[in-house]
Design a protein around this ligand. Sequence first.
Ligand SMILES: Nc1ncnc2c1ncn2[C@@H]1O[C@H](COP(=O)(O)OP(=O)(O)OP(=O)(O)O)[C@@H](O)[C@H]1O
Ligand SMILES: O=P(O)(O)O[C@@H]1O[C@H]([C@H](O)CO)[C@@H](O)[C@H](O)[C@@H]1O
Length: 159
Amino acid sequence: MPARFESKILSPAACAAARAAWPRPLVFTNGVFDILHRGHVTYLDAAAQLGAMLVVAVNTDASARRLGKGPDRPLNSQDDRAALLAALASVDVVTWFDQDTPLELIGQLRPDLIVKGGDYDMDKLPETALVRSWGGDAVAIDFEHDRSTTKLVQRIRTR
Ligand SMILES: Nc1ncnc2c1ncn2[C@@H]1O[C@H](COP(=O)(O)OP(=O)(O)OP(=O)(O)O)[C@@H](O)[C@H]1O
Ligand SMILES: O=P(O)(O)O[C@@H]1O[C@H]([C@H](O)CO)[C@@H](O)[C@H](O)[C@@H]1O
């Protein structure tokens, strides 16, 4: 019996087909989310409160590997990373992208707001100009918890 949250995980094509019926404002965020931590779930809850629906896009394993976060990263597969995100009450839909950036997917879904954590300067992201081109906006949510997957991996490795 699949867990109820599995139905939140949609392909990019399914998202593009469904988006016209989605409530607005539509909030979009993306990331690798390799080992989910308190910083992730806190910013995702804040992102969800900025609109009517939150879509989270994860990098495929191949895309994540090209980011250079570490030779053995991601540790968790795309499917597992998507499942953990889908299990969160603040997340309405999880999808994925195989490119180096979510630019193409954002162009297909046309969200009203794109969100990242406070480690990003949104004005430097190409996706910001894209979302602003149709009147949307881009915000970075300040960290409330000093966590990172890399730090967790390092702690596990040096125990
Ligand atoms: N401590 C944190 N608080 C709030 N948001 C965060 C935090 N860490 C990462 N984020 C955000 O979570 C999303 C996913 O980031 P990512 O998967 O790179 O997390 P990470 O912990 O930084 O991982 P890594 O250490 O592997 O880079 C991004 O939008 C990022 O801005
Ligand atoms: O988990 P991360 O490293 O925050 O996710 C990356 O975010 C990048 C960001 O959106 C700037 O474009 C993105 O390009 C990259 O593909 C990862 O999702």
